[in-house]
Design a protein around this ligand. Sequence first.
Ligand SMILES: Cc1ncc(COP(=O)(O)O)c(C=O)c1O
Length: 303
Amino acid sequence: MTTASGYGSEGYGYIDGEYVSMSEMRLPVTDLGFQLADMCYDALHVHEGRFFRMNDHLDRFEHAIAERRYDTLGLDRDDFAEILMACVGRSGLRNSMVNIVATRGSPESGHKDLRSCRNRLMVWALPYYSVVSEEETKNGCDIVVADTIRIPPEAVDPTIKNYGRLDFVRALFEAYDKEARYAVLLDGEGNVTEGRGWNIFALDSGHLISPDEGVLQGITRRTVVELAEKLNIEAKLEKLLVDRMRGAEEIFLTSTAGGIVPVKSIDGKSVGDGNVGPVTQRLTDMYWELHEDDAYTTPVEYN
Ligand SMILES: Cc1ncc(COP(=O)(O)O)c(C=O)c1O
């Protein structure tokens, strides 16, 4: 018998109105969140006992719930905040990744009328993790440009954060086949979109560019745009052709899970001189400094 250790075993959760340990979190296989990826979620983090931009995450989550038409949750902003607090509080984690997930729920019959489902909410807090390793967060990661294209926004709206991610899965296996670990996906016209769990920025002729369409409107991306303004660096959300990205002076990924992550090569070719660029480093330092700012953080109530 294996013991409860490793990813996913430590932490605390909430499902169907009850607080439970991670090993007790269970979703019925009839839930359409599982069967159809008919769900939405948000992921936020706690750094040194404080939530970062909690209200911005909950704004995005509430918008997603409304778009999915999950109207049987019966919970409001204060309820969500209380459940998030309670999960982290009970976990005792000072540094945590917290997922808040809503699913369509289970239908009343095999006919599976979506309107017959009682929507479900679950939350869980795990020890903090990054989309890449610690070493890569510090010194940079290598990415490949996948042949698999991102699911078009006309089919699935990427601004509603969701687990319908088989495009990322296929792209990641392309990366593994090339001895790489991370892949960025393009749209059907050769514009850069994003990767699993992150937005991407390129520094080109002193300007920062991050794709505007076909991507999640990341909270970390927004933070970077705000910080760039303080540095008098123009940061634009606009189309980014893959060849323009390949010629960039600096490239970095942004994610709640890891913050700002430098990219040191694309398809085996160094970005700049292959070291972490000065703009990336400055933004990273400022990003973590914001975690001590009361205007951006909410303290967790631990018992
Ligand atoms: C597809 C995708 N893009 C971008 C991001 C980054 O968003 P945020 O900065 O809000 O974490 C995520 C986060 O998980 C994501 O899943």
